[in-house]
Design a protein. Structure first.
Length: 103
């Protein structure tokens, strides 16, 4: 098949997904359910991409799970995203060092 056709279809779909909402929805959304849904979509998408990677990409799933729990606790008490990310990375790093020395 022609690769340019694939690229053209991909570009058209990407363009339509961005333009159609702007052209079809002219007034503010007042439905409480839809507004709530649209508010949480970016957070859910980020969580779906991040959480499995935290657990599966570490050499030991245990260190990923512990870092995940620590990150949730830090976010719960109000730490900003940078602090949570650095803390989780540090926890995985330290736990991986400990686990490699123990085995």
């Amino acid at each position: 098949m022609n690769i340019y056709a694939y690229i053209l279809v991909m570009a058209a779909v990407s363009y339509l997904l961005r333009v159609l909402p702007l052209t079809l929805i002219r007034r503010p959304i007042k439905n409480r359910f839809i507004r709530s849904f649209l508010y949480y979509v970016p957070y859910v998408t980020l969580a779906v991409m991040t959480f499995p990677a935290m657990v599966n990409e570490a050499a030991s799933p245990l260190s990923g799970i512990i870092a995940l729990i620590a990150g949730i606790l830090l976010a719960w008490i109000g730490a900003n995203m940078f602090t949570v990310a650095i803390s989780c990375c540090g926890i995985v790093f330290i736990l991986e060092l400990i686990l490699t020395h123990l085995s």
